[in-house]
Design a protein around this ligand. Structure first.
Ligand code: AMP
Length: 303
């Protein structure tokens, strides 16, 4: 199933209690696309970068069969930049700097051959851009959306307009509380689902993820890892595994969505094992299936 992804392509400066990394390739759509590439193709990316985005970066995306014709290169501009610092527990982080750069004036134009895409993933980026992309898609079958506090606080009205057109919304717990104005997550889920998305996934970092649908609530654990190196991109990698699995099987029902949550969790658990995209660049499908199996084993009663 064709999958179109819009979101940031970025260079990140990341500090964790265990190390730091500068100018690391990142961005919401980069993580989503790399993660989804293990499940489905074609994957079509829409975004913008500056002249500092090198052939090697495109090469990495191409090596995963990701179509980058929708990525505009602004020769006189600089790629989006983000800097963040993680606290000791690695579950919370401070954004130190966000420089929109070429994204500040980006007006997305969806190439003609992308307009028939069936699955649309609106990665974390300005909600106004998310709307402009949706407006150009002929007949989307499934729209998935992610966002973060930067946009919830900065463009709440635009974000609410996006949510009216979204089928599945993925957000982390603190951002869900910020958006709903309600501390309890079950009440929060009801409030957010009333904004549009029939299905909501609330990510809880090392405490796993909750899937809310008309059928009830499904809980997935997070993989208990001994060393967590860098959580950057884990949420986007989750989204990539989640939508990648759904695009691969083409069927959207409760059981496949639950499996997709476990595939998303499996991919996120790889992401945090190394800095940036390093770990999700070179996985193989067997490792992915093994980790998925480990997730099933985590809550199995019979040994
Ligand atoms: P995550 O850890 O899943 O929230 O994703 C982190 C990635 O999101 C980093 O690679 C950043 O470059 C990117 N990012 C951070 N802030 C923003 C923002 N305001 N809009 C879009 N992408 C962002």
């Amino acid at each position: 199933m064709s999958l179109l992804i819009i979101g940031s392509l970025a260079f990140d400066d990341i500090e964790t209690p265990f190390g730091r990394s500068e100018n690391t390739l990142g961005g919401s759509s980069t993580y989503i696309a790399l993660s989804a590439s293990y499940f489905t193709d074609p994957i079509r990316m829409v975004g913008v970068v500056g002249s500092d985005f090198e052939d090697g970066h495109f090469g990495l995306l191409h090596s995963k069969n990701i179509d980058t014709k929708g990525i505009k290169v602004v020769e006189e501009g600089k790629t989006f930049r983000w800097a963040g610092r993680y606290h000791y527990d690695m579950n919370t982080r401070d954004t130190l700097d966000t420089q929109l750069n070429v994204f500040a004036s980006f007006d997305p134009h969806i190439p003609q051959q992308y307009r028939d895409s069936k699955f649309i993933c609106l990665g974390n980026i300005d909600p106004e851009l998310q709307i402009k992309v949706l407006d150009q898609i002929t007949k989307p079958e499934l729209v998935i959306c992610d966002t973060m506090n930067f946009w919830i606080e900065g463009k709440p009205d635009e974000l609410k307009k996006v949510l009216e057109r979204v089928d599945i919304f993925i957000i982390n717990d603190s951002e869900a509380r910020l958006l709903s104005g309600e501390p309890n997550l079950v009440k929060t889920a009801r409030i957010i689902r009333n904004m549009g998305p029939k299905t909501l996934i609330i990510k809880k970092g090392e405490h796993g993820a909750l899937l809310f649908t008309d059928n009830g609530i499904f809980a997935a654990p997070a993989y208990p890892l001994e060393s967590i190196f860098d959580p950057t991109g884990a949420g986007d990698t989750f989204a990539g595994g989640f939508i990648g699995h759904l695009a691969r099987c083409g069927t959207i029902n409760e059981a496949e969505m639950r499996k997709a949550v476990l595939y998303g969790s499996a991919m996120a658990s790889f992401c945090v094992e190394q800095f940036g995209t390093d770990r999700i660049n070179d996985l193989d499908l067997l490792e992915v299936e093994d980790r998925y199996q480990s997730f099933l084993d985590l809550s199995r009663i019979e040994p």
